[in-house]
Design a protein around this ligand. Sequence first.
Ligand code: MIC
Ligand code: SF4
Length: 645
Amino acid sequence: MPKTLTQKILERHLVKGEYEPGNEIGIRIDQTLTQDATGTMACLQFEAMGIDRVKTDHSVSFVDHNTIQIGFENADDHRYLQTVAAKYGIDYSRAGNGICHQVHLERFGRPGTTLLGSDSHTPTGGGIGQIAIGAGGLDVALAMAGEPFYLTCPKVIKINLTGRLNSWVSAKDVILKILGIFGTKGNVGCIFEYSGPGVKTLTVPERATITNMGAECGVTTSIFPSDEQTRKFLRAQAREDDWQELAADSDAEYSKVMEINLSELVPLAATPHSPGNISTVRELEGMEVNQVCVGSCTNSSYRDLMMVAKILKGKKAHPNVSFILAPGSKQVLDMLARNGALADLLETGVRLEESACGFCIGNSQSPQTDAVSLRTSNRNFLARSGTKSANVYLVSPETAAAAITTGKITDPRDLEMPYPEIAVPDEFIIDDSMIIPPSDDPESIEIYRGPNIGEPPSNDPLPETIAGVVTIKVEDNITTDHIIPAGSRMKYRSNVPRYSEFLFEVLDTGFYNRAREIRDSGMHNIIVGGLSYGQGSSREHAALCPMYMGVKVVLAKSFERIHTANLINFGIVPVAFRNEDDYDKIEQGDRLEIPDIQKKIRLGEGQRISFSQAGCCHISRIKSRRNRNEREDHSKNTDSRNGWG
Ligand code: MIC
Ligand code: SF4
């Protein structure tokens, strides 16, 4: 029976269930990655399991998100992570060594293995032929403890690549095209598997751009075959021994096939405020630009930064454009420093950030009010840049570079210069000195706990009856950035009570006070959402903080995968409306009762995701707190508490 590449790798790792799309399966995890913003919680959870040493082949703890140290909190977290890594057998990649996905691809990813990461862009590893999946910190902590990772056995969608990219069109345009086709919702439970003659025209870093941003479609992951391009990349990383050839059988069957002719693609952009809003750059050209940010785990490889450096050589950043650059890794920065490209970039007037997530997560370089900001990153959700009024456009490094010199959105095909050719170097500079291996004497390691490290809050058992109030009703496509912002708030990740104060602040600053009052009155908080609730990141704080505030149920039209798992892990029941029109019948402030909830979950036969998807929970409204007229009157009231009390 011919097999897809996904099936081959998953079957080799299967420890529970049968490989059959839609089934719940458990897989063995070979490698894990954590980053600091999700990693402190994951490490606290791992510590609580009382295990001496991680049980994976390889676990790495990266510091890349909270590297701006204003106040003691982030530095305390870094030190905590370093001591945990030393004690429990984890490699520790220090702040400044680079973004977890970029560094993992360069130094650790191995074709044919499984990687679980507490970050939604873990699928970057699919560029090297890994089944690389993003998850919440608790799931990653369990994988570090040797437990299987449970997931819905995915439907495999083949993306058949033909042709070859034209000059000035690059991998970012490929994934933007795919986002334009598949959108950001409705793809839960699928994997994109790349195939076809176009695959061999793409290098590993280009493939990694595509698999990285596949996360925005909501798929479980994306994967490329492992071929001569993969071998070349691994050889240049002095890791050829990690290579193996991997491909789907030529007659494998897929749940769907999508043809993409690379030769037909043109420069594209994702327009505000979703990576799924796709336009051609041509349609946007002429728009004045205030800021251009190059970097992030999507587009900060050697290839991408060399492209920008070569396009800009001898030119200056436009006076109205603030040009920011964050190299993906120390390796990339070393390469640029030694081959002279860094000097070329400095001459343009670039503002250099350290090798880290930087601007991408809004903890630095927030643009001016109403700015147009062009970024090579993967998410342009409302307010994620740190400036709510800013309009962020996601583009390729080529399109970014064009705007840096012209000060306007410019189709890079109009630049009057030959297209720079950037090959994968024969040898990358290998210097792993910022990766600290675990201690040989773990018993001697004392875990450092600064005042910022709190115990993860615990939950009460799920009651038989949920009797609660709809504290907030939100629309479709609510991302975890809406639920709990990152940016300048992220330093409270290890302090759940404090971080919870920022829940939903992008949408409704009254949420926290309402939720606190309802919780303290002994009632449960209920969130009502639309389609694709919980898009975006893997941050479990989008469940952990609501749990702390007494949220017991999220009722939505549909949920995204990682967020569903996080809700369940923290004892919040995700319930899908059986009939989507019921969404319109519920208002903020309504009281709802869900009787026998535990029984209903058991009837779902323990299939945690199918429970919510089946919508098998019957909801009865016991009474509406106000009638519709009162609600309308109330909407004129500016009291942030929304009249509850
Ligand atoms: C993101 O890009 O949104 C993040 C910040 O990397 C998150 C993780 C986090 O919130 O810590 C992600 O993608 O999972
Ligand atoms: Fe970091 Fe941005 Fe990548 Fe998230 S998307 S891991 S914040 S670079």
